[in-house]
Design a protein around this ligand. Structure first.
Ligand code: RTP
Ligand code: MG
Length: 141
């Protein structure tokens, strides 16, 4: 099994609900280690750059508006098959379709306010980690 890293964002809705710790417990319970973390209020430029792949989609403006609506908690997770393991913990993008017991089923309200982000592949993870964390701020554990 490959040890991977992936980027996680606890989105403004979940930060506002005060469930950062509960979400962190799920990461730790699944064997994912938090190797970098930072709370920040994203600028529009940060959010637009991060979601640049979606800039032609109809939901892009709503997505950016939402991501800058309050602080987010950004972390790098490390572990065996971290990218997919994290996507499994998150559940489907639309919380109505997310499996019971997933983070989105338990904490998300809608497809827009869906509690968490996770990289969708190893290459995206590397780019997203570099986007938010200079190399010196990521530690192997
Ligand atoms: P994320 O990137 O946030 O981890 O979510 P994801 O991979 O499950 O979904 P993605 O297709 O990458 O979409 C990014 C975010 O855009 C919002 N979205 N809205 N209204 C819509 O049809 C729609 N589709 C996507 C969601 O908040 C999604 O997390
Ligand atoms: Mg995505």
């Amino acid at each position: 099994m490959a040890i991977e890293r992936t980027l996680s964002i606890i989105k403004p809705d979940a930060v506002a609900k005060n469930v950062i710790g509960q979400i962190y417990s799920r990461f730790e319970g699944a064997g994912l280690k938090i190797v970098a973390a930072r709370m920040t209020l994203l600028s529009r430029a940060d959010a637009e750059g991060f979601y640049a792949a979606h800039k032609e989609r109809g939901f892009f403006k709503d997505l950016v508006d939402f991501m800058v609506s309050g602080p987010v908690m950004i972390q790098v997770l490390e572990g065996e098959n971290a990218v997919l393991a994290h996507r499994d913990l998150m559940g489907a993008t639309d919380p109505k379709k997310a499996e019971k017991g997933t983070i989105r089923a338990d904490f998300a309200d809608s497809i827009d306010a869906n509690a968490v982000h996770g990289s969708d592949g190893v290459e995206a993870a590397a780019n997203e980690i570099a986007y938010f964390f200079p190399a010196l701020n990521v530690y192997s554990r």
